[in-house]
Write a protein that binds this ligand. Structure first.
Ligand code: NAD
Length: 353
């Protein structure tokens, strides 16, 4: 298969971690006989330096014309003092809006080899943590009217059936590609918007008979994520609940350098990136952990290109890397002879494909 991938290296460690992800993708292409064309896109601080704009329209157009977008990270101290509308992160917001990605998917997966890195008790971690939170990204209370009048503040939470349905479908389809369990999280004992949410999810369920749908109140879900995370496969929820729960979930898995995310909209063209930022403190030192970005590339193969075997191959190669005892500095806890830099980490994972 031939796929055109827009590649945003960005700032800080962005170019280093992207280089390793492309190394791994090249190996996948070679073995599985695909062709991945990489289209370089400037976004973030580097685009401000080059064009005076964090995401010029021509660069956004390259993303929109591609089959998917792989992003490193943007931002850094150098651009801290530029005006708000010019900040590197504005490029990212413009990209998300331009691509219309309304669904943010963030896995919470603990690698058994890194179980010690979790703040949870060993007996909980030993049962396994491997779930995805599908969060509605461009609706709900963050996008309703905000106002403060005479010392009273109001934030409006609005969801239409159509908005709930489109994110609900992503939840069901994600579950279909995993263990076929979907947990819909809301606050239907209090909120009208949540009662509508729940109704729409149950209406959709009849179209996905292979997926087991359950409901959970958000306060209970926050508790269950730390008490019994192994029960979850896919969680689907609205914007603010998802914002909070996905940060909680990322913390129970240990290292920020290991976690990928995807953002999807109406088309198969998605945005894939690690969850961390540009880590200016370690940029250029060849010590960054590229695994979050490599796993983001695996998500791209699984969710945008419908290449589950190839995605499995990348995830298995990451697992083999960890099994072999290799560690980048951020996940090193014992044998320092197994410490590898960013580039060597990518070499080894590519060799395990
Ligand atoms: P950060 O995620 O960049 O770094 C936080 C800490 O984690 C740092 O100590 C860093 O060295 C470490 N770290 C992050 N990624 C790592 C990796 N792959 N391997 C090893 N260690 C890693 O967050 P920050 O320092 O708050 O932000 C730095 C810049 O990144 C800011 O300009 C911020 O706006 C930007 N940012 C960008 C994105 C994005 O592009 N999606 C997301 C968050 C922050």
């Amino acid at each position: 298969m031939v796929k055109n991938i827009a590649v945003i290296r960005g700032d800080g460690i962005g170019p280093e971690i992207i280089k390793e992800a492309l190394k791994v993708l090249d190996r996948v292409a070679e073995i599985f006989e695909h062709k991945f064309n990489y289209i370089d896109v400037d976004m973030g601080g580097c685009a401000i330096d080059k064009y005076g704009d964090p995401l010029p329209q021509a660069e956004l157009d390259k993303c929109l014309a591609s089959d998917s977008v792989l992003l490193g990270a943007v931002g850094g101290n150098k651009w801290n003092d530029v005006p708000g509308h010019m900040r590197p992160e504005k490029g990212l917001l413009r990209l998300r809006a331009g691509m219309g990605v309304y669904s943010n998917n963030r896995p919470a997966k603990i690698w058994p080899q890194l179980a010690d890195a979790s703040p949870l008790k060993k007996e909980i971690v030993d049962k396994g943590i491997d779930f995805i939170i599908v969060r509605e990204l461009i609706g709900g209370i963050y996008f309703g009217e905000h106002k403060t009048v005479d010392g009273t503040a109001t934030d409006v939470l609005v969801y239409s059936e159509a908005e709930i349905e489109r994110i609900g479908r992503i939840g069901f389809e994600t579950a279909q590609k995993r263990n076929k369990k979907l947990c819909s999280v809301e606050k239907s004992n209090v909120l009208d918007s949540s009662r509508l949410w729940k109704n729409v999810m149950h209406r959709l369920a009849s179209e996905y008979p292979d997926v087991e749908l359950t409901d959970m109140l958000v306060d209970n879900c926050a508790m269950q994520i730390v008490k019994n995370p192994s029960q979850f496969d896919v969680i689907v929820t609205e914007n603010m609940f998802g914002d909070i729960l996905s940060d909680e979930a990322s913390q129970i898995t240990g290292s920020i350098g290991m976690i990928p995310s995807s953002s999807l909209g109406a088309t198969s063209c998605g945005l894939y990136e690690p969850i961390h930022g540009s880590a200016p403190d370690i940029a250029g030192l060849d010590v960054a952990n590229p695994i979050g970005t490599i796993l983001a590339a695996a998500m791209m193969l699984r969710y945008s290109f419908d290449m589950p075997t190839e995605a499995d191959a990348i995830e298995n190669a990451v697992s083999a890397f960890l099994d072999s005892g290799y560690r980048t500095a951020d996940i090193l806890s014992g044998d320092s002879t197994k410490k590898v830099g960013c580039s060597r980490c990518g070499d080894i994972i590519a060799s395990f494909i």
